[in-house]
Ligand binder design. Sequence first.
Ligand code: UDX
Length: 407
Amino acid sequence: MKIAVIGLGFVGLVTATVLAGKGNSVTCIDTDERKIEKLKNGDLYIYEPGLDDIFEKNRGRMIFTSDYSLLKGSEIAFICVPTPTVNGKINLSYVRDSVFSVNSADRKATVAIKSTVVPGTASWLSFQIRKDISSNPEFLREGNAIEDTLCPERIVIGGKNAEEMEKISKVWEFTGSPVLKTTNENAELIKYASNAFLATKISFINEIANLCEIIPGADVATVAQGMGMDHRIGKDFLRAGIGFGGSCFPKDTMALVAYAEEKGIDMRIVKSTIEVNKARVKHAIRMIEEEVGDLRGKSICILGLSFKDNTNDLRESKSLELINELKAKGAKIRAYDPVIKELDGVEIVKRLEECDGMDCVVVASEWKEFETSPLYERAKKVIDLKKVVNLRVHPNVRAIGVYRGKD
Ligand code: UDX
């Protein structure tokens, strides 16, 4: 098929590359000409395991441009532009502009919105351009994006036009995943409800972690394991830590609360989820202070900068929030990250050994390579804020959600 992908951020780039890998011709459009130049030169500006390989093999089937007129003749245009939260409310201007531009370039193309948008958006835009628009929300996770796109747990398609919805379904047929066809509004809300629910699971387990820290013999990882053995609860997204970050959960939970408030609905659970998440870095600071005392002049090594493992994405990174708070309290920071090697205002070391002899090592991201390290044995104090360190190998490490007891 001839397909257009609008917006070459994380979702757009992965979607376009995977679809090219399945033999489609993909016109990739972004208004940021620097991005287009980079892609033309084969420079992928995001780190996502496995993406560069598929990209290299299928670049020949991809066109990179800022010119919407080149999408003419595309059967489907996937809208993947950002929907940032501004003053706690969703900004839909990028979605609106791109839908209008697709419509001017080729009115025959089926429009499918992948961007996360509040319920009513597709219907509102359909009315504006006098044409049905479908919803096809995206559920991929950074760091797992290829697998999530090749074999998602479900494909959700919302809309009014059965023929267009079938066309979208055909594009994703290769996944073999179950398809839920529904209204635009349901599809839009499924995305928000899913993200808010997963975020709630995280905040919930983080509160249990707080409790575990004062109960002799308790460890939140084992509590989560036991909970997860009940399939009604499920084992995923119960890893306690420093809180959720990234480009989706923080923004989407806020947008959902604001949207509901506008409609006169008070989303108390989602509000608490956000509140609990906001308190995580302060909790982490307290733990570090308990270990090293007054932070002024103390040298702290931070392991992991991105908002989670297997990505170089720094958006809403709790690790960066932590660094800023520690610096404000007078600590001297040195950081190590498996993929981020440069960052304004942060001294980044290339090898872990360069963090030897510091006052405290803090694990702030869940990279697998942080499970064990000789650094933990040599360091004065080690704090694991992501429940990633193997405590059987390193019993000296203080972990979030584990009873500390008295030394
Ligand atoms: C999320 C959703 O999972 C995905 O379906 C949606 O399309 C986009 O938003 P993403 O933000 O890429 O994906 O990453 P995710 O793996 O969900 O992690 C989000 C944050 O939650 C990270 O900061 C991560 O460290 C944190 N997290 C996740 C936890 O603290 N504990 C967990 O158990 C899981």
